[in-house]
Design a protein around this ligand. Sequence first.
Ligand SMILES: [Zn+2]
Length: 134
Amino acid sequence: MKNIKQDLEKLEEVSFEIEKEAFRPKILHCSNCNVKMKQKEMEIQVGKDISIRLRGFECPKCSKRYFGLEEAKKLDKAMIMSRLLNDSFKMTRKLSYDGDNYTFRIPKEFTNDVTKKKIEIVPLGNRNFCAYVN
Ligand SMILES: [Zn+2]
């Protein structure tokens, strides 16, 4: 188990551990209290603009939280997004409208080694989204 609190120094309200062996654990016991933890859906604030819903576990005794690896990866992406939104590096693209959809061009420097001609779009709230080549 790795305590990732060090990686999250700026996010004081976030404190939990990641069960490395369990990609999507079904049952977990608290390492402090040795009691069965409750499955819980949690909304975690990542930076000021982004919050993310994750399924994790919470100890009913000491309130310690755990996430499986899969959920931890989602949190990772959210943290990257938060960093991007707060960074000064930005690029402006012109939006075209075809009556149905908006389109914009992605600079080819961003698409090195792209073999799939598809991107994924993740909504981040009203008028905000993240598009990435997976
Ligand atoms: Zn506990």
